[in-house]
Design a protein around this ligand. Structure first.
Ligand code: FES
Length: 66
């Protein structure tokens, strides 16, 4: 059963999407990831090694290869 309480979802520019927890995150392949944290940072940059949760990899600069 889902809660009817309105929640605020905060989008951080260049970073994660912050969602009030606890949450169940459903991925495109149907996998579900649970987080019981008070505030959950969901990776929006795609660089997290702990995807779909943000691991702050968005803060690191990408090295130039040329
Ligand atoms: S948004 Fe933080 S690692 Fe992707």
């Amino acid at each position: 059963m889902t809660s009817a309480r309105r929640r605020t979802v905060r989008v951080v520019r260049g970073g994660p999407v912050l969602v009030e927890g606890p949450v169940d995150i459903e991925l495109p392949d149907g996998t579900r990831v649970e987080s019981d944290r008070f505030m959950v940072a969901i990776c929006a940059c795609g660089r997290s090694k702990n995807y779909p949760l943000c691991d702050t990899s968005h803060r690191r600069r990408r090295r130039r290869t040329s």
